[in-house]
Design a protein around this ligand. Structure first.
Ligand code: ADP
Ligand code: MG
Length: 726
């Protein structure tokens, strides 16, 4: 085994990038060619069907059977031209990742042969036998019926030989069983709540849109080294491993030259992504060795989130072609940065007005401030449940660990916007808010520079940051479905906008002009948030922990406890009022969250114990035996122990760690037994929360042994071997 390790390392070092087939066409020519988008719709659908489908997409009309049949006919023709043989409903269950069940297009033709069939019914709805997807008790297993239904706002696409139909996944009793449904509900809630406010400023606005631009971080490891690490293979992270002498301290990886093997992988990923209509824009090295990031141009939140799910799948399959495995785990390696997924989020109108960016004039700025301030208020009111949305057993390793994100949800505004808000509190309500740079017209006291000074002065420690024309929710985990976090953010903002509009209407009814009414309504909100959720300091510092408690922000660090925030009266009121989750769905989702937490920790704990017993202790014992043989030989030849102090000292230390490992492993096994006997889901998750820390305790003596035991005997690829792709 030990020699194997060196061979693996040498081989992985020697590997060269495979040749990637680069299309000779320009990206603009193959962009979206695998997607049944509007251009294809126009080409393959008759005009009545096209008209009806566009109404469904743009106005949210339900899809009737005749339209579905018409769409299916055109889609089938398109698909067959692209050599499609199978069709699947593609959905996003609560397991994270996507699910699909492929059906062949063939059917018996009654004459001894087969024909390709695809009709409106198979397009619109499927009933996957979905009893084993997590549902938190909404569907008892004997009533295993759920169904998937096409979401026409997400275009159908082709992957390999399969036509993929993005769908929602719902129980027959109506509850959402997936991530997409609440996301769609939340987009409706927030855009509906924003619309009447926009219309006060500009009656030409007919629709508000919700945008997402995600930044996906990930690690790559060589697949042969990966396969030699049971912990990586089974849990997605290294449960043990001493830090490499060099990791990220020189900062030489971040934005460094992309290694050629990785560049080849990225190139292929981009081509495939572009063909699927994903506007991939940036790629670069991240801070940790072997860590990278990619981001598309932002788009409608529902579609952009589908695309993120799709990219995560693509990454996995393309990486294997390049001899890599992608790690989307939030913390695959201790001691270097983990991976997150920044969700850049904003609202905008159908008239092209971004709502999270300053406007062209005083009125535009007032509109911007209305949204800006209400988003902050929403984040403050629901900071506990926002944190709960990003909490998971895997993201727990980053939360509060002196790296992004801190376990306190605060918002970073930057100097400029902080000054603007403070100023508003001091000036009369009829003060116009001017854009600096247009000084000649400026008569007001409040100025927002056209180019934000703070744009470059980013605070990387903040979980929720304003970055000039959007907010960046940075606490989301790399493996997560962004929809979980976005549904809550949208719901919270929708609720706050509804409250704001009510106050504003009252002020207008009292005869105030729009600018004065808005300012008068905003001022008390600003006063509430400016010294609470708004925080521009170091989010990792000790002082901030204490300060946050004083400010009344949620500082809970225990993940199973965090989930309770979903079902507090405030959260239930927010979610039900905005129609994003029913109370039953909230309870069910919490059950699922606890259950997944338990299972993840349980699996880690089992893997940890087995590796300790089957890999680590045998290697350490072998080393100890060799040392003892050495000492015995020495004693025979030299007639005493003089001169073997190092060996004897090593024997004692190694022996001590072996003892500690077996004791801790046994204690953890017992703890698991006790935990498994607990009936209540939450209490069991709490017991597993303890086990999670026992895993880290068991890791310590193992990592110590890695430092002591003869390198040739160590059975697992070490960090220094895993982390530096050449
Ligand atoms: P950085 O790493 O500096 O934050 P990136 O360029 O890596 O920036 O990613 C920024 C992301 O934010 C991209 O996906 C980009 O399209 C997106 N974005 C830019 N403007 C907006 C906006 N108004 N609303 C939502 N997302 C946006
Ligand atoms: Mg960013």
């Amino acid at each position: 085994m030990s020699t194997d390790r060196f061979e693996l390392v040498r081989e992985s070092f020697r590997k060269k990038a495979p040749a990637v087939e680069i299309p000779s066409r320009k990206a603009s020519e193959y962009f979206g060619e695998q997607v049944f988008d509007r251009a294809q719709m126009r080409k393959y659908l008759d005009s009545d069907t096209l008209q009806a489908l566009l109404e469904c997409i743009d106005k949210g009309h339900p899809l009737d059977r005749a339209t579905a049949d018409g769409v299916a006919r055109g889609m089938k023709e398109w698909a067959l031209e692209h050599h499609v043989t199978h069709v699947t409903h593609w959905f996003q269950p609560l397991t994270e990742g996507t699910a699909e069940k492929h059906d062949s297009l063939i059917d018996l033709d009654g004459k001894g042969g087969v024909i390709e069939t695809f009709d409106g019914r198979s397009l619109a709805q499927q009933e996957p036998d979905a009893s084993s997807f997590p549902n938190g008790g909404i569907r008892a297993t004997f009533e295993a019926r759920g169904y998937t239904a096409w979401d026409p706002t997400s275009p159908v696409f082709i992957q390999e030989d399969t036509l993929c139909i993005p769908t929602v996944f719902i129980a027959y009793t109506g509850e959402a069983l997936d991530y997409k449904t609440p996301l769609k509900r939340s987009i409706k809630a927030v855009t509906d709540a924003a619309l009447p406010i926009c219309r006060l400023f500009d009656p030409a606005v007919n629709k508000v849109r919700c945008y997402l631009g995600w930044e996906q971080e990930y690690f790559l490891v060589d697949e042969d080294l990966y396969a030699a690490r049971p912990d990586l293979m089974i849990t997605g992270r290294t449960l043990m491993g001493h830090m490499s002498s060099k990791n990220q301290q020189l900062g030489d990886h971040y934005f460094g030259a992309i290694p050629s093997r990785v560049a080849a992988f990225m190139r292929e990923l981009e081509v495939e992504g572009l063909r699927l209509g994903i506007p991939l824009k940036t790629r670069h090295n991240e801070v940790a060795p072997n860590q990278f990031e990619m981001a598309p141009i932002y788009g409608d939140a529902n579609l952009s989130n589908d695309q993120n799910q799709l990219v995560m799948n693509l990454m996995n399959s393309i990486a294997r072609k390049h001899g890599f495995v992608v790690l989307l785990h939030e913390k695959p390696f201790a001691g270097v940065n983990g991976s997150g997924k920044h969700c850049n989020w904003s609202l905008g109108t159908d008239t092209g007005r971004p709502l999270m960016a300053p406007g062209r004039d005083a009125s535009g700025n007032l509109l911007f401030l209305s949204f800006f301030v209400n988003v902050l208020m929403a984040v403050q009111r629901h900071n506990d449940v926002l944190k709960a949305t990003i909490a998971s057993a895997t993201n727990a390793h980053r939360l509060g660990g002196h790296e992004a994100p801190p376990a306190i949800i605060s918002a970073f505004l930057g100097r400029t916007m902080t000054a603007v808000l403070r100023k508003i509190l001091e000036v009369p309500s009829d003060t116009p808010i001017q854009i600096a740079g247009k000084k000649e017209r400026s008569v007001g006291l409040i100025e927002i520079p056209e180019i934000f000074v703070d744009n470059t002065d980013r605070n990387r420690t903040s979980p929720f940051a304003f970055t000039g024309n959007r907010f960046e929710f940075r606490a989301v985990g790399s493996s997560a479905n962004c929809a979980g976090a976005l549904a809550t953010l949208n719901a919270a903002v929708a609720e706050q906008l509804l409250d704001f509009k009510k106050e504003l209407d009252a002020a207008l009814a009292a005869g105030k002009t729009l600018p004065v009414a808005v300012m008068d309504t905003l001022k008390p909100i600003i006063a509430k948030i400016i010294d609470v959720v708004c925080f521009d300091g170091n989010g990792y510092s000790e002082e901030w922990q204490q300060e946050a408690v004083r400010r009344g922000l949620d500082v809970e660090t225990c993940v199973p406890k965090m989930f309770k925030a979903f079902t507090t009266p405030e959260s239930v009121a927010m979610f039900t009022r905005t129609g994003v989750y029913t109370e039953k769905e909230l309870a069910a989702r919490n059950e699922v969250k606890w259950d997944i937490y338990i299972k993840k920790v349980q699996i880690e704990s089992r893997v940890m114990v087995r590796m300790a017993i089957n890999h680590i202790i045998p290697a350490a014992l072998e080393f100890k035996t060799r040392l003892l043989q050495d000492v015995a030989l020495h004693q025979q030849v030299m007639g005493g122990f003089d001169g073997c102090q190092t060996e004897l000292d090593l024997v004692r230390r190694v022996g001590g760690y072996i003892q500690e490992i077996s004791e801790r492993a046994e204690a953890m096994r017992q703890a698991r037994k006790r935990a498994n006997a607990i009936e209540d889901e939450y209490e069991r998750a709490m017991a597993y929360h303890d086990i999670a820390s026992q895993i880290e305790e068991l890791r310590r003596p193992i990592d110590k042994l890695e430092e002591l035991v003869d390198n040739r005997l160590w059975p697992l690829p070490k960090y220094r071997e895993l982390l530096f792709i050449s």
